[in-house]
Design a protein around this ligand. Structure first.
Ligand code: PMP
Length: 405
């Protein structure tokens, strides 16, 4: 196969998606007037597919901080952290993150993807073992591959399967990094993190938690699932993103147990890429303050999640998990999912269309992600949009069963 034949294969794949008759992959949000509304193809829609869990992309304090920073420090750093790209704001953000999470240190990255690739590929190396949850994010897989460690997958959210595999490793557990997420972003299901901690500790392995999706939205002060379960001290390493509840872009790597700061001079994905722009760092710092004092935002978010979950269940949708800010409706086929996605857009609600191979187990689904910024009225409009879909798609009401709850 010539190198360029890959382009043909990619075009065939795009054509297959095109045959679904919708432009979900290339859907462009032309205008965003707020955290929850925008225009797609000239039509006003409620944004319910953005992972903007706390709605902070339009928080006045975050916007003001970003605007001031761009005026004071310019539009970009034009360099990597180790060369000319460490500004006072980067160091302050790392200190503030560390203080917030109670970690010994924290390293900020340009994206969450890069944080995972950099942290994982540096922590583990040839001769080590990485055990990862089968439904792990692509960045976890990439980091694992790049590390040169031996890679094993355990069944998704299954501590017993992890236990069995670690037992087989014996002494090698001391060289094993286990990786799990908190809230999984495709189906909205939550990891049994306390059980994973117990298994990892018993075998003397190390645990890295990718907390991209529960950071900011779980736990009394928003420190995530581990805070909610009271087990933060049990986690060896944590990675996360600024692109969900913090409403900007970037990522981090931190630890309560170990000082990760010296790894700055080893992590290539930190050393050889430009650092975040000053405006991004400034809005992230402002957002972190809002997260720490964000109980009211979190209550509103979870209230919205409950309401949409109830509404969709009573309409007969099969949902991916118990209520969470990610509510996945399982569809029978990619074609049905595409038709449902278009019907929702026609009804003024934008969600994400996920078709194979995007979701675990080759599922086709509509992924709705909720925000604290959705008003009660918008929440009802989202449910009404799904009601229009249910009417178009289901000849008769389906059993209101939850496949994974
Ligand atoms: N980890 C998980 C679990 C994610 O869902 C994502 C983003 N969807 C990332 C890492 C990467 O984060 P970022 O968008 O900041 O690159």
């Amino acid at each position: 196969m010539s190198l360029l034949q890959k382009l043909d294969a990619a075009r065939d794949f795009q054509d297959q998606l095109g045959q679904l008759g919708v432009n979900a992959i290339g859907a462009t949000i032309d205008v965003t007037g707020s955290a929850t509304e925008g225009k797609i193809e000239g039509k006003r829609v409620i944004l319910a597919g953005t992972n903007n869990y706390l709605g902070l992309t339009f928080d006045p304090a975050c916007i003001e901080a970003a605007a001031q920073a761009v005026r004071t420090h310019g539009t970009g750093t034009t360099g990597s952290r180790l060369a000319n790209g460490t500004y006072a704001g980067h160091a302050a953000l790392e200190r503030e993150l560390s203080a917030f999470l109670g970690t010994r240190s924290a390293i900020a990255f340009t994206t969450g993807y890069v944080a995972n690739v950099g942290a994982i590929s540096t922590l583990a190396g040839p001769g080590d073992v990485i055990m990862l949850d089968a439904d792990s994010h692509a960045s976890i897989y990439e980091g694992a591959k790049l590390s040169g460690a031996e890679i094993y997958r355990f069944r998704h959210n299954d501590p017993a399967d992890l236990d069995k595999r670690l037992r087989r490793l014996g002494d090698r557990c001391a060289r094993t990094l286990v990786i799990v997420e908190s809230l999984y972003s495709m189906l909205g299901d939550v990891a049994p993190l306390d059980q994973f901690c117990e298994v990892v500790k018993r075998h003397g392995a190390f645990l890295l938690l990718d907390d991209a999706h529960s950071f900011g939205i779980m736990g009394e002060t928003g420190r995530g699932l581990a805070e909610a379960l009271g087990i933060e001290d049990e986690i060896d390493f944590v990675t996360g993103t600024f692109s969900k509840s913090l409403g900007s872009v970037g990522g981090f790597f931190a630890s309560r147990k170990h000082d990760v700061a010296p790894l700055r001079s080893q992590i290539r994905a930190y050393m050889f890429t430009a650092s975040s722009t000053p405006s991004v760092i400034a809005s992230t710092r402002a957002a972190l303050k809002r997260v720490a004092q964000g109980q009211a935002l979190r209550s509103q978010l979870w209230k919205n999640c409950q309401r949409v979950h109830e509404g969709l269940t009573s309409l007969g949708f099969k949902l991916g998990a118990a209520p969470s800010p990610v509510i996945a409706s399982l569809m029978d086929s990619p074609e049905q999912a595409a038709a449902a996605w278009q019907a929702l857009l026609d009804a003024g609600v934008y969600v994400n269309l996920v078709v194979p191979p995007g979701a675990p187990k080759n599922l086709s689904l509509l992924r709705c992600s909720l925000s604290a910024a959705h008003t009660d009225e918008q929440v009802e409009q989202i449910i009404e949009g799904y009601a229009a879909v249910a009417q178009r798609l289901f000849d008769q009401p389906r059993a209101a069963a939850s496949a994974y709850a």
